[in-house]
Design a protein around this ligand. Structure first.
Ligand code: 13P
Length: 256
């Protein structure tokens, strides 16, 4: 059986945006992407802007999603937002376990696995972020760190292999985020191949693996040409319509 993985490019807007600039960005992006064949594309703005983005992207091929989700369905969890609520807003995606959430909000690997399951239960596509810090990379711990981050997730997904198909993994080396540095293409491929091996061993052959960390229009084509890179999770460059559309075009060139 040939496995086809549709390339996916997702913009993580992080804590950026305002009604006026969001509208301008989406309009410019839609104009830049018009008349092109596209990969699967999503944008993840901050929570307050989801209704605005949903309205702007309705009837377009671009999906939207959130940047985190509660592992709980409902109840006394002040400040949290549940997966059913995101579904109500028409979200297709939810990013979970981003390194900024792990670092600033203390999210653990077990919590990230629970958030992933909450997303899947509500029909969302969770994009689960993993990646090593600069110190871990320098001391050769990259693969061990990723195995540790993935372990509770793969254990949980083992019971629901079918649902697991809609999970996406994003490899984001922490030291590459917002720094302009990226691993070498060989380095990216080696980590993605390792993640692929773990996923396939768990029966998750369809799962896409995105690369994130200083992806730009100028380096996207090289990264997306790597055999185990199925697209990108884009931070800063997702706030620039031209750069983001160039990245989307690069992903499409490597559609199988
Ligand atoms: P940059 O593309 O700004 O490096 O951010 C990557 C990222 O964290 C996406 O989630």
């Amino acid at each position: 059986m040939t496995v086809v993985r549709t390339p996916l490019v997702v913009g993580n807007w992080k804590m950026n945006g305002a009604f006026e600039t969001n509208r301008a960005l989406i309009e410019a992006l839609l104009a830049a992407l018009a008349q092109q064949s596209l990969p699967e594309i999503g944008v993840c703005p901050p929570f307050p802007y989801l209704p605005q983005i949903a309205a702007l992207l309705a009837e377009t091929p671009i999906g939207w999603g959130a940047q985190t989700v509660s592992e709980h369905r409902a109840g006394a969890y002040t400040g949290q937002v549940s997966a059913p609520m995101l579904r109500d807003l028409g979200c297709r995606y939810v990013i979970v376990g981003h390194s900024e959430r792990r670092q600033y909000c203390g999210e653990t690997d077990a919590q990230v696995a629970a958030q992933t399951m909450a997303g899947l239960d509500s029909g969302l596509v969770p994009i689960v972020c993993v990646g090593e810090s600069a110190e871990q990379e320098a001391s050769g711990q990259t693969l061990a760190v990723i195995d540790r981050q993935l372990a509770p997730l793969l254990l949980t997904l083992a019971g629901v292999a079918d649902e697991g198909a809609s999970v996406v993994i994003a490899y984001e080396p922490v030291w590459a985020i917002g720094t302009g540095k990226t691993p070498t293409p060989e380095g990216v491929q080696a980590v993605h191949a390792h993640i692929r091996q773990r996923l396939v061993a768990a029966g998750l052959v369809q799962t896409r693996i995105l690369y994130g960390g200083s992806v730009k229009g100028s380096n996207a084509a090289i990264l997306f040409a790597l055999p185990d890179v199925d697209g990108g999770l884009i931070g800063g460059a997702a706030l620039d319509a031209q750069d983001f559309s160039t990245i989307c075009t690069a992903a499409m060139m490597h559609a199988v």
